[in-house]
Each structure stands twice: as structure tokens, then as C-alpha cells.
Design a protein around this ligand. Structure first.
Ligand code: ADP
Length: 319
């Protein structure tokens, strides 16, 4: 293989730039040329493909977002769209592709491989919801962003003696809510993977209030539903002054943490190694701090699970 491509797809996440940098540098280290595809799969269809040199990925390792931009592309889900993508890649002389993105992007990678175009997936999403890896690129940065935000909200919660409901991202996964809740000593953490009883939440709040607790922090994962609706309900049922903060897209941006930069560099370099070894249709991941790889179709048949022991611990520590 003498020429490969790289793209970022789906939701952006901090560390994607570090992954692009690692793909480019690792490939060039092995005398392989690299082309960057802008706007994810949309750029494959519109032929927005450009050569990247060593210097083009300088000064990006610490930046959030993605220098290649990202997009969602419905056209790529069609057989015609996928064929155009493969044709454009071949016209550029590109022989393999690294896709950095979430599980949706991995399905796209799978589709390219099925059309005979070798593609390797690198998990990048703040949601940490990709099976086959303990961590995805961006999760740690988003977690720390959430923790910083909650620390600030906690100051006001304490000063005003209020209940705060904080809605965090994560799509259908509760990882971001669970980790940030545990890290911030939240009183209640609601995640989609665990059914909750509103009466129990109310009872817990009132019990704390009777005990003289001055404030409460409740974390609601977006996959559970609207934090605003939940906050209204809590205020109605408890009579306690309740405020809601929806953290929103601040969770997706920012300079990646050291953990995410290292993770992105390791995973992306591994993806290049696999392509150069003639592998295709695989995803890379990290399990117990070891780099691993497995077929994307097998990984996507698995279900991402939150760590239930952590959920139990969060309950034990917030009595
Ligand atoms: P993420 O990768 O963050 O999960 P999406 O689910 O939006 O984000 O997927 C990103 C893109 O991947 C989609 O816009 C589409 O172009 C492509 N994609 C998603 N699912 C498929 C599929 N089943 N087949 C082909 N391409 C897909």
C-alpha cells in the first residue's frame, strides 16, 4: 500500500486532530502517502480529497474539533453514494482508508470494505458508546469539561441552597453521566441503562433536606429524557427550589486531555499498521490498556455496556 486516506465522521470529539496527526505521521514514517478527506463521507462523494504532508498536521495535537471537518451524509447510505465514494478514492490512487468516528461511521466503513475498499475504524466520540473498546477518543475530555462545569454549579448550589438538575450528553449511553456523577459526588445519577423511580428520587431528596442537606446535584443523561422536564417534576413533587442546566455542546469542544491525545495517537497509529498489514473491515480499540482490533461487524453486534459496579458504587457513596 503506497497511499491511504483519512476522514473524520459523525459528531466531532476532542482528540480527533491528534488521531489525524498520528495517521499522517505514522504513514509517512512508513513511506506511505496520506490524503485527507474533508467533511467525512460527504467529502468522499464530492471528491474533497487533499494530500497531507508532515507539516500540515503540525500544531493541531492540542486542538479540539477536527481539521478535516466532519459531517453526516445521508447520500452515503445509498449504494450509489458508496460506489461514487469508492470510485473517487480509486481515482486518487488511494488504497486504504482510516475512518475516525462513532458507530454510525463504522457502519459506513463496513460498507466501503464490503465494496472491496479496505477501511479501518478508529473510535472517536464523547459518548463512549462504541462496543469493542473501553474508551473512545474524546470521552475523557468531555468528562473533565462536565466535571469543571458541575464544580462551578456546585458553588452556586451551595450558596443558594438549591437543587440542581444537570443534563449531560451521551446519546443512548450513560457513561458521561455516570462518570461525572461519581466524580462530582452527585446525589442521584439517572442513566438510560437503569430504570429509575421518580418517587425514590423525590424521597431521597426530601430525606437529605430533612437531614439538613443544603443542596443537591442530580445528573440526568440525555438518553433518559429532558432535564428540564425532570427538573420541573422534581420541583413540583418536593417543593424545593430547583434549577436546571443543560450543558449542551460545551461538552464536545475544547483542548483534548493528555489521556485523549495519547489514546488518539495510539489508536490511529495502530489503524495504519493494520491497513499496511493488509487488514480491512476492522476497528481498533483499547481494552485493559492493551491495543486490540476486531472485525467491525462483530463489534457492532455487541452492545456497549456501562460499568454497573460503578453505578452501584455511586449509590453507596451518595447515601
Ligand atoms: P457517529 O459516527 O458519530 O455515530 P452517525 O451515526 O451520524 O455518527 O454516522 C455518521 C455517518 O456515517 C452518517 O451520516 C452516514 O454517512 C454514515 N453511516 C451511518 N450509518 C450508516 C450505514 N448503515 N451505512 C452506511 N453509512 C452509514
Amino acid at each position: 500500500m503506497k497511499r491511504i486516506g483519512v476522514l473524520t465522521s459523525g459528531g466531532d470529539s476532542p482528540g480527533m486532530n491528534a488521531a489525524i496527526r498520528a495517521v499522517v505521521r505514522k504513514a509517512i514514517f512508513h513511506d506511505v502517502e496520506v490524503y485527507g478527506v474533508r467533511y467525512g463521507y460527504a467529502g468522499l462523494i464530492s471528491n474533497d480529497i487533499h494530500k497531507l504532508e508532515v507539516g500540515d498536521v503540525g500544531d493541531i495535537i492540542h486542538r479540539g474539533g477536527t481539521m478535516l471537518y466532519t459531517a453526516r451524509c445521508e447520500e452515503f447510505k445509498t449504494p450509489e453514494g458508496q460506489q461514487t465514494a469508492v470510485d473517487n478514492l480509486k481515482k486518487c490512487g488511494i488504497e486504504g482508508l482510516v475512518v475516525v468516528g462513532g458507530d454510525g461511521s463504522f457502519r459506513g466503513a463496513e460498507a466501503l470494505t464490503a465494496r472491496g475498499f479496505p477501511t479501518i475504524g478508529v473510535p472517536g466520540t464523547i459518548d463512549n458508546d462504541v462496543p469493542g473498546t473501553d474508551y473512545t477518543i474524546g470521552f475523557d475530555t468531555a468528562l473533565n469539561t462536565v466535571i469543571n462545569a458541575i464544580d462551578k454549579i456546585r458553588d452556586t448550589a451551595t450558596s443558594h441552597e438549591r437543587t440542581y438538575v444537570i443534563e449531560v450528553m451521551g446519546r443512548d449511553a450513560g457513561d458521561l453521566a455516570l462518570w461525572s456523577g461519581l466524580a462530582d459526588g452527585a446525589e442521584t445519577i439517572l442513566i438510560p441503562e437503569q430504570p429509575h423511580d421518580i418517587h425514590e428520587v423525590v424521597e431521597r431528596l426530601l430525606r437529605g433536606h430533612r437531614r439538613g442537606k443544603k443542596h443537591s446535584i442530580i445528573i440526568v443523561a440525555e438518553g433518559v429524557g429532558s432535564g428540564v422536564d425532570f427538573g420541573n417534576k422534581i420541583q413540583e413533587e418536593t417543593g424545593l427550589e430547583t434549577r436546571v442546566t443543560v450543558l449542551g455542546h460545551i461538552q464536545r469542544g475544547g483542548s483534548p486531555t493528555g489521556f485523549d491525545r495519547v489514546l488518539a495517537s495510539r489508536l490511529a497509529a495502530k489503524a495504519v499498521e493494520l491497513l499496511l498489514a493488509g487488514e480491512a473491515g476492522k476497528m481498533v480499540g483499547i481494552v485493559n490498556n492493551e491495543l486490540v482490533d476486531q472485525p467491525i461487524d462483530a463489534a457492532l453486534k455487541l452492545k456497549h455496556e456501562v460499568d454497573y459496579t460503578m453505578y452501584k458504587l455511586s449509590q453507596e457513596l451518595s447515601i
